[in-house]
Structures are given as C-alpha cells and as structure tokens.
Ligand binder design. Structure first.
Ligand code: 13P
Length: 240
C-alpha cells in the first residue's frame, strides 16, 4: 500500500455515464493512492474507465461469496470485476441499515478471503462525543470490527465522526489528531502492522491541506467533495 490513500465515496450518486465522465477528467495524484468507491451499478463502467494507477472498490459487500442473498453484492464478483477495495461498516450502513460490529468483522474476513482490501469505517455520533464516550465507542468499533481480520494482509481504517459527515462541520485538527493518535496506539498493539488511517467528514479542497498535516492522518475518505473530478484531484494532491 502507498503511504497515503485518498478515497472517493460517491455513495448513491452518479450513473455509469457520470462515472465515465469523471474518470476521463480525473488526474491521478503523484504521491497518494487514489481509490474510487462507486455504487455497485457503476462497477462495470468504472472497471472499464479507471485510469492507470487509480484503484476502485465496492461501498459494501456481503460476508458470503455467493448464495441466496437477494439484493446483496458478492465480494468474490467485485474482485473478479477488478475491484481492489471494499468499504466496511460505513456509518450510513450502521445507522440506516442496522449493520453491527459483528457483520463488519465478518465482511472484513470475507473481503480479505477474496483478495479485496477492506477499509473499516468507524466514528462516534455527536451524542456519544458529548457524553464523553468517543474513545470507548471507536475503540469498540475498531477491536470488534477487526476481530476476524488477517493482519498479514492489507487493510485500512477510516475515522469518520458521524457528526462531521455531510454536515459541512469538519472536525478540528485537534479533534482529528486526538482520535487518530488514540486509534494508532490500539492498531499498533493489535496488528503490529502499518495500517493506513484515513480521516473522513466534510473534507474539502479548502480544509484538506491543514488536515493532511495532522500526525497519523494517512489519507482521506471523501463524500460530497469527491463528486467533482477537479475538487477530488485537489484533495488527493494535498499529500504531494
Ligand atoms: P462527506 O465528505 O460528504 O462529509 O462524507 C464523508 C463520508 O461519509 C465519506 O465516506
């Protein structure tokens, strides 16, 4: 893995045509690994137009490779289509689709078993932060989510405080620094590996420079600002 990873989570946006237009415009960064996470309906088109040096992945997958799971996406097929990555446990999956730490753990195992790199997403809600439970919550999400992981294989973690996602309310550099240092210490003990630790939540071309200099920030997971090729390229260039 490159030392910095800048990922675009397009969520439930962009048609295959939109995805193709984006990929033709997008200039891959020199220093960071760019990764595109399109919705599954765009996977085929993205696999065809992904620029050299850029990777892509699924926003979600099931924890079985195949079978009677109507509406789900197979990690094995994702891999066969050329995906390198899959997001696991995004806060929208947790809050809107009732995903648990346990399913996250199973998905990470399945993804690694298929040769995909899982990116475990975690982060506290505003209420949890206000109640002083930020550290307890993200430690639980990290330990439980990685329970079945193989630390000899690559994986990444994205810290995305729920209150900063899609709100325009970016976490301060102090808040990001504190959470990342806390997660880094646990990760080091747990894995013994250099696991990339990304920040996500209202990252923009305006605030990415400052955030990229926070210790233990090894990249970004970008939602809204990743929908435009030039904005996402500007963010990806913050690690140059
Ligand atoms: P925004 O960048 O739109 O806040 O979304 C962050 C996110 O959820 C990325 O996974």
């Amino acid at each position: 893995l490159k030392p910095f990873i800048v990922a675009a989570n397009w969520k439930m946006n962009k048609s295959p045509d939109d995805a193709e237009i984006f990929l033709k415009e997008f200039k891959a960064p020199a220093a960071a690994q760019a990764v595109i996470f399109p919705q599954a309906l765009c996977a085929e088109r993205v696999s065809r137009w992904i620029p050299a040096g850029v990777q892509w992945g699924g926003q979600n997958c099931h924890f079985e490779k195949a079978g009677a799971f109507t509406g789900e996406n197979s990690p094995e097929i994702l891999k066969k289509m050329g995906a390198s990555w899959v997001l696991v446990g995004h806060s929208e999956r947790r809050t809107l689709f009732e995903e648990s730490d346990e399913t996250a753990a199973k998905k990470i195992k399945a993804a690694q078993g298929c040769g995909l790199i899982p990116m475990l997403c975690l982060g506290e809600t505003l209420m949890e932060r206000d109640e002083g439970r930020m550290q307890a919550v993200i430690e639980r999400q990290l330990r439980e989510g990685l329970k079945l992981a193989d630390f000899a294989q690559p994986l990444a973690v994205a810290y995305e405080p729920v209150w900063a996602i899609g709100t325009g309310r970016v976490a301060s550099t102090e808040q990001v620094g504190e959470a990342h240092l806390f997660l880094r210490r646990i990760l080091k003990n747990l894995t013994g590996a250099a696991v990339p630790l990304l920040y996500g939540g209202s990252v923009t071309p305006q605030n990415c420079g400052e955030l990229s200099r926070v210790p233990e920030v090894n990249g970004f997971l970008v939602g809204g600002a990743s929908l435009k090729a030039d904005a996402f390229a500007a963010i990806a260039a913050s690690f140059n």
